[in-house]
Design a protein around this ligand. Structure first.
Ligand code: NAD
Length: 443
């Protein structure tokens, strides 16, 4: 009870390590609730932008950040020594995959070392980064106990996965229920008491492992269902059936069906990455995660399927991919955001260029794209450009692109997102699967 009171007091200082897509919204939410927030990032440029009262991520405006900084509730620093000033610390650092698609927990390791070096009696530490079950206990805890302090007694350690959905204005950090599990019950209770200050609904679970697996279940559920619907798209294409019509029809069932849509492949920092954290962990326990492997295989082959459709459409016009001018519409991994991490657009561009196509792209949110040492710049979507292209491929269905103009001016259009439905596209009767939404037969 005394513990809960401590984390419910007004003069709490929350440290947030990693001020990106996850950490910055969390920091702003806590500051809005009147908690003093000290943000930590290894990048001085990120700390500088925040201290200037500006935001470097799309989900927050300059005003969202500026208001908290000017009120003296939020400050950012690169000085990890200042972690000792905090009552609670949330770790929101990246958890990417290595080149061999194994978990790269190096960011968690360096953050845990910084926390261990500054650990104070009574501090609450919460790992938010998505990771495999066991990370909090096996990676973080040993670093903290090296100090001689004990979890649940001298300090409190939890895992609470972030559920942020970039671009979603309905479900944001504050109103999205948050799962939390502790190394001990006292750790969990401390975490719930602290986070209840600025998150509407906490969902306590029995252990940090249960919280870790919950997050991976959520993202694996999406990856597997997207894999299933992408396979149905491949099946429908071979059957000559319009997959989007079938999905819309199935979605009229009021129970037992959940709508997922096919597309050019998985993107983003989470869905293509997180299930591999679980696969890796299970390999160490001699278990093969079959659904994850199969979904990943299907999803990662979608860019090849899309390029096959572009080849088919150009061929109908008597052209080869080699030498053709192809416009990629949208390179962000999902509509109306600027995030290009793991975007299938990059694979599609690489595959087209390898076949000799002259590729340009247009994305209202991504002026410049840098990947694997290559750099592309978004071109303006003028009538002249559209007329000059041999083909356009809609990879991301941003809502502020005039698809009608694209359909009317470009000779061949492949639509991987069903963005042109009802816009007067010219479905080719030989391909009612409708990936090639415009492209007449030669002769
Ligand atoms: N982006 C999402 O939509 C999302 C959603 C849910 C969960 N997550 C998970 O949250 C975690 C963070 O993701 P993100 O999208 O916010 O990443 P991000 O790359 O946007 O931000 C991470 C920040 O951490 C900083 N950083 C790296 N190492 C650091 C260290 N040792 N000390 C201090 N700062 C450090 C980086 O400079 C960067 O600013 C990941 O595990 C991710 O899987 C992300």
């Amino acid at each position: 009870m005394a513990l809960n009171e401590r984390f419910s007091t007004d003069d709490l200082t929350l440290g947030v390590i990693g001020l990106g897509y996850v950490g910055l919204p969390l920091a702003v939410e806590a500051a809005r609730a009147g908690i003093r927030v000290l943000g930590f990032d290894v990048k001085a440029s990120v700390a500088g932008i925040i201290n200037d009262g500006r935001s470097h991520i799309q989900d927050l405006t300059d005003e969202d950040v500026g208001e908290q900084v000017r009120a003296g509730r939020m400050e950012a620093t690169t000085d990890m020594g200042r972690l000792s000033e905090c009552d609670a610390i949330s770790i929101c650092v990246p958890t990417p995959l290595s080149k061999t698609r194994d978990p790269d927990v190096s960011f968690i390791l360096s953050a845990s070392e910084a926390v261990a070096n500054a650990l104070q009696p009574g501090q609450l530490i919460v790992l938010e980064s998505t990771t495999y079950p066991g990370t909090t206990r096996e990676v973080l805890l040993p670093k903290l106990t090296e100090t001689g302090m004990e979890p649940g007694k001298d300090f409190f350690l939890c895992f609470s996965p972030e559920r942020v959905d970039p671009g979603n204005v309905t479900w944001v950090t504050k109103n999205t229920p948050k799962v939390i599990g502790g190394i001990t019950p006292a750790c969990r209770d401390a975490g719930v008491a602290c986070y209840s200050r600025f998150i509407d609904t906490l969902v306590p679970v029995s252990s940090s492992e249960a919280a870790e697996l919950t997050k991976i279940l959520e993202n694996t559920f999406r990856a597997v269902n997207i894999g299933l619907v992408n396979e149905v798209a491949l099946i429908a294409d071979r059957l000559g059936v319009d997959v989007w019509e079938v999905i819309d029809a199935a979605a009229t069932k009021p129970f037992g069906f959940m709508k997922f849509t096919p597309g050019p492949g998985l993107g983003g920092h989470c869905i293509p990455v997180d299930p591999h954290y679980l696969s890796w962990k299970m390999r160490t326990l001699n278990y093969k995660t079959r659904f994850i492997e199969l979904a990943s295989e299907i999803n990662s082959e979608m860019p090849l399927f899309v390029v096959g459709k572009i080849r088919e459409g150009l061929n109908r016009l008597g052209r080869a991919v080699n030498g053709s001018k192809v416009l990629v519409l949208g390179v962000a991994y999902k509509p109306d955001i600027d995030d290009v991490r793991e975007s299938p657009a990059v694979d599609i561009i690489h595959l087209l260029e390898a076949d000799g196509a002259r590729v340009s792209y247009h994305d209202p949110y991504v002026p410049r794209l840098e990947e694997d040492g290559s750099v592309w710049e978004s071109v303006p979507l003028t009538d002249e450009l559209l007329q000059d292209m041999d083909a356009a491929v809609i990879v991301t269905n941003h809502s502020n692109v005039e698809y009608e103009r694209v359909l009317s001016l470009t000779p061949m259009v492949v639509d991987t997102r069903n963005a042109t439905r009802g816009l007067g596209g010219i479905p080719d009767v030989s391909n009612p699967g409708q990936w090639i939404v415009k492209g007449t037969r030669k002769g």
